[in-house]
Design a protein around this ligand. Sequence first.
Ligand code: GAL
Length: 837
Amino acid sequence: MKKSLFILLALLMNCFVSVSVGAVDTVRTKHTFEKGWKFTREDETVFSQTNFDDSPWQTVTVPHDWAIYGPFSVHNDQQKVAISQDGQKEAMEHAGRTGGLPFVGTGWYRLDFEVPEFTKGKKATLIFDGAMSHAQVYVNGKNAGEWPYGYNSFYLDVTPYLNAGSKNTLAVRLENETESSRWYPGAGLYRNVHLVVSEDAHVPVWGTQVTTPVITDSFAHVHLNTTWVMPGEKDVASYRIVTEIKDANGKMVSREEEPLSKFDNKVFSQDFVVENPVLWTPETPYLYMAESKIYEGNELKDEYKTSFGIRSIKIIPDKGFFLNGKRTQFKGVCNHHDLGPLGAAVNDAAIRRQIRVLKDMGCNAIRTSHNMPAPELVKACDEMGMMVMVETFDEWATAKCANGYHKLFDQWVEKDLVNVLRHYRNNPSVVMWCVGNEVSDQWNGDLGPKLSRRLQDICHREDPTRPVTQGMDIPDAVVNNNMAAVMDVPGFNYRPHKYQENYKKLPQQIILGSETASTLSSRGIYKFPVTRAWMKKYEDHQASSYDVESCGWSNLPEDDFIQHEDLPYCIGEFVWTGFDYLGEPTPYYTDWPSHSSLFGIVDLAGLPKDRYYLYRSHWNKKEETLHILPHWNWKGREGEITPVFVYTNYPSAELFINGKSQGRRTKDLSVTVDNSADSVSMMNFKRQQRYRLMWMDTKYEPGVVKVVAYDENGNAVAQKEMYTAGEPHHLELVPDRTLLKADGKDLCFVTVKVVDKDGRLCPVADNELRFKVKGAGTYHAGANGNPASLESFQLPKMKAFSGMMTAIVQTQDKPGDITLEVTGKGLKKGSLSLRSE
Ligand code: GAL
């Protein structure tokens, strides 16, 4: 009897536990709407209505970029303009400025959904991580709100429009205008859409703010503010918050309970001590979680989790940027938001792969040029260890593009800024805000400085912990009109030769290279003779991978390296760009086909160009870099001068061609920022001699190039060989990962190499390759990094470019084995096995 009573009690308790767990779960639920959307490019007002029959429309999964499927055309958003920033005086027909993809026009998305937990008295909030652009949102036929700026996250209170207990219809109209962008913006619901259901009393979206005002070795003081939204008639004093701080293993390290007082202005304010804190750094991206529960009396009303890190940032005049008390230089890259062949459609696996590639290069920071990032990027940077400079706008009140952000500025700028600041102010990876990029208001001394102060003030109001900068490209004007003096950190785009002069005139005693280099190159393409060139164009629409070409306003990597090494007040740089992006194929403004940039350190397919190894040799001091260029397949160039460059972290090396020494080169440390600034030095590659090893007179003969590297003491410590490859023979497939998630979203990036019978890359091979995926995956997209290619990213065939390309395999949402097969005429078939779990 006793025993059965015990069992009954145990069962009942279990019941209770699960009931209360259930109750805990239901105070806040979040749905992410991915599958089952209907989509059209047509435009009718009736599409917003609940009873409209959308069944003939295309079924799509969000995130979705409607334009990335192409086809490419010179007529898509062909802009007849003069880009004044680039020095163009007269309007000309720009071809691939925005990528030549069909993003202009309207698109509608519709979704039917049910939310059983949405009952009377609950709150429902729709969150868009980003919708491109001019979003008009309808819930059950009613206009629920709008948000024009396509890059920003926004939320709408849809409580009044949602049906409790029956079907709901969400309809979103998007419209992209011509001449609204300087690069490919993407189109559609390219970021995620979520619905949050909470109690009437709740923490609003982005309603917490964590700061870490005191950090010592033995403890950190953590401060948490939690905003509380409550029905008007309720007594403030009936609410209390209980917050536990958990470490990365989920162990509670601090706990506080606090009632809400009527003097708190509906913000719970809590202070915690975390003993022996593990600090967040790019090398140790350690995260804590604040888990809050808010009660009305004894009834749980909301649960809210805030991920954060413990770290300090400080700018000290003349000394630099300090992370946790340690001087840290930005070895950063600027990136646009597109993910190459995936377009703007956000994908976690693709973002994480980019971060891995950049970290291996020694990169420690990303600037989200020129707009708000996807939440997935910031989260990945928090978790993987990458500092972020979050940028917001490419235009303020004065136009760059006829239909750019200036049209929205007056009405939206504060709302846009507030959203991004609240969204990302708890992310430890975010270390600086950048409120503008080369805004045209720089020229206007009556306006630019005042707008700068206004936007910076908004940042300080919402987040008093981070410095604010903007990227300015006309140093004389902004130094003279005080615009640069207003900013916490003066950020300069290009013109490093002006840094010393700017420093003298400015009060901050600090200089940031907010955008640097814009060196041009195409992976695996080399041009002769090897001479310093600006805006050089070739018939093949490529640029030389000897890394000696740039835009008219820009420079080579070493022109930035030397500033940030020699001038103590320079706090580092953000290179334009980490990855190639769709659009802006400078200098091929009018030359079609050209659909993507040539600025990237890494190409559009995510494959490193030679330049990657130059940055790696300078930035990644922990690992060996020993990279030889160009390739050694120069049929027809026998006996001709074919310079050889070596990018290495070793101080010197000797070069051999077919066993014959070509001499030893040593990095010339006598070159300084001041003794190498003249035009003769520039043409003679004087600065390069401090960072690259160059043999300018070597002659091509087929065979083997060997480099032997020496350390500071003259010991031979490493060597590398590069052979002339034979005929294309078979395919080598190198996946970035072999174990994938069976979630229908995970991606494997497979580097496909055309190799000779000995497995050596055939560096000029352009074989057309075909792809087949079997098992629990699909072929998702491919890219070869050729800016002049007009091949579809999605068709399972593509030409290799400089012997390589990237094929992307997507998992399904069922586990299983996946096989990728690659074929090409005259080549032995390649095959690769992957596992999805
Ligand atoms: C800068 C601009 C970038 C890109 C770059 C190309 O002036 O900020 O968006 O256009 O030039 O060099």
